[in-house]
Design a protein around this ligand. Structure first.
Ligand SMILES: [Fe+2]
Length: 540
């Protein structure tokens, strides 16, 4: 690609050609620059008859701020226009102007024979422009100087426009990356995913061989990031992308950081633990006034290996996002643990009203989660199934304890009281906004596939999936446990009963999946509560 100075040179010569003025060009070392031989005049002036005296004259121009017009031979005048790059002279564009006398000079005849052109033909071609006078040559020189200034300014402007365009596109890339990272900040449930995506986006926007995030083994770091190194790109250590050496060297980078500092650059050298051959850009991650991690980028790709202000600005912004994310996700985790702890305490206290149902909600929650996973539901929905399983019987809080724990047959009224628990639970939990997606499981877990269930007599797929899942787990646990009115059934009988009732009580697609679940976790929960309840057995 031509440089701006080459373009300026070329533009000047093209303008002269357009005006019918032949030109020659001399480079910074004083040698002739081969030019276009577009016209007969170009061919003639490129011969030794013109070039030799020109180079001799040019050798005197060095050091002259504005070299004047030189007469190369009688009637042949050369007007040099210095070409400058950053105030350094880098050659000349030379415009040639002829008086009529030139056409009869021996040098002109020499040029004709050297170019292989008949004298008459050359004469006819040049006569129209060989009309200058000493005055018009002086005017031409002034005009050419003005044109040179104009061309130089245009070149500067186009260079500035080029710089501006590349700055703008880098800024756009930067903005786009910041937007992407900012958008991902909403999902607080998966810190490793957020940090991984941030490293990936940074690497794409900044053209580094690798971008890594290293976290200290510090309680202020969320547990699933604590002590980890997340790498995007080619490992700076070996082909193995996540090895111990990488972990320990990135820890070395972390150890040298102090809080309160923005990004820093580690210069190449043996002191640079991750990328000894290139500059390493490090953005500390801060929490509670301590450095708890860092984003590290090195081995820049592309033509310029130096870290730019775009790199530092973007990594600094990304560091801010990661800091905010870590803060929010820690708060979220805290809130979630508090929330789940409260729910577990409430449900456990309800289960405990009846010795026979102790641990029931936890087991139903566990089995419902297994079935939801076996169905291939996304993680978020599995989580709602789990929560719904935990709270499905909350409504029993509104059923008299005497009815819940009554041995023997229930009266119609007592049974009606029991059957109200799904609606009672639904009404209680409706006030807890974050539980919204779990509510259908609470309201409809006693509906049956054949429509004979309660409270609304829904059938088939009218029953929300979450309720069909919990209904299965609920019945399995009830059959597997002792009740005041009967003993636990064996695992074999329970599974046979579930298979038999597929399409009647249970969703015929869910039942076969359910009977193939791994019940070892369920048995462990039974064992956990075995000490609490009288004569409970793990129905193996
Ligand atoms: Fe229930």
């Amino acid at each position: 690609m031509p440089t701006p100075i080459e373009i300026a040179h070329l533009t000047l010569r093209q303008r002269c050609t357009g005006l019918g003025i032949p030109t020659l060009a001399i480079d910074g070392a004083g040698a002739l620059v081969p030019g276009p031989h577009a016209t007969l005049a170009d061919r003639l002036v490129s011969t030794a008859a013109f070039v030799d005296p020109l180079l001799a004259a040019a050798s005197l121009w060095a050091g002259q701020p504005a070299p004047g017009v030189a007469e190369l031979f009688t009637g042949c005048h050369a007007a040099p226009i210095p070409v400058e790059e950053r105030r350094r002279r880098n050659g000349y564009t030379v415009a040639l102007a002829f008086t009529p006398a030139m056409l009869s000079q021996p040098a002109f005849f020499e040029a004709c024979s050297a170019a292989g052109v008949a004298h008459q033909e050359a004469h006819a071609a040049l006569a129209p422009i060989a009309t200058q006078t000493p005055e018009s040559i002086a005017q031409l020189r002034s005009f050419l100087r003005w044109m040179a200034v104009d061309v130089a300014q245009s070149a500067d402007q186009s260079e500035a426009a080029g710089v501006l365009t590349s700055e703008l596109s880098a800024s756009y890339e930067q903005l786009d990356a910041v937007y992407d990272i900012g958008r991902a900040i909403g999902d607080l449930t998966n810190p490793p995913k957020f940090v991984g995506a941030t490293c990936k986006r940074l690497r794409a926007a900044l053209s580094f061989d690798f971008v890594a995030a290293r976290f200290a083994d510090d309680p202020a770091v969320t547990p699933d990031l604590r002590g980890t190194t997340i790498l995007n790109g080619r490992s700076p250590i070996r082909d193995d992308e996540d090895n111990e050496e990488l972990a320990s060297r990135s820890l070395g980078v972390l150890m040298r950081l102090t809080p309160g500092r923005d990004w820093s650059i580690i210069e190449p050298g043996p002191d640079s633990p991750l990328a000894p051959a290139s500059q390493t850009l490090v953005q500390p991650l801060i929490r509670e006034g301590r450095v708890i991690g860092a984003i590290i980028a090195a081995n820049k790709t592309g033509s310029d290996p130096a870290i730019s202000s775009h790199d530092t600005q973007l990594i600094h912004a990304a560091g801010g996002f990661v800091n905010a994310y870590l803060e929010n996700s820690a708060l979220y985790l805290e809130q979630k643990q508090l929330f789940m702890g409260t729910i577990q305490a409430v449900t456990a206290s309800i289960d405990a009203k009846d010795h026979y149902t102790r641990g029931h909600s936890e087991r139903v929650s566990h089995l419902s989660e297994l079935l939801a996973r076996a169905l291939g539901l996304p993680d978020r929905e599995v989580e709602w199934v789990r929560v719904s399983g935990l709270v499905h019987d909350v409504g029993k809080i509104g059923v008299p304890e005497a009815v819940l724990t009554k041995p023997g047959r229930l009266t119609d009224d007592e049974f009606a009281a029991i059957k109200r628990h799904p609606e009672i639970g639904h009404n209680i939990l409706r006030a807890v906004a974050p539980l919204g997606p779990a509510l259908p499981g609470v309201l409809s877990h006693h509906e049956r596939w054949d429509g004979d269930g309660y409270p609304n007599g829904l059938a088939g797929e009218e029953i929300p999936l979450i309720a069909r899942i919990i209904g299965l787990a609920d019945t399995f646990d009830a059959m597997s446990s002792n009740r005041s009115y009967r003993s636990a059934l064996t695992r074999e009988k329970v599974l046979a009963e579930i298979t038999r009732c597929a399409g009647q009580q249970f969703d015929p697609k869910l039942a076969p999946l359910f009977v193939r679940l791994d019940f070892s976790g369920f048995d462990a929960l039974i064992a956990k509560h075995a000490g609490d309840a009288p004569s409970r057995q793990a129905a193996a």
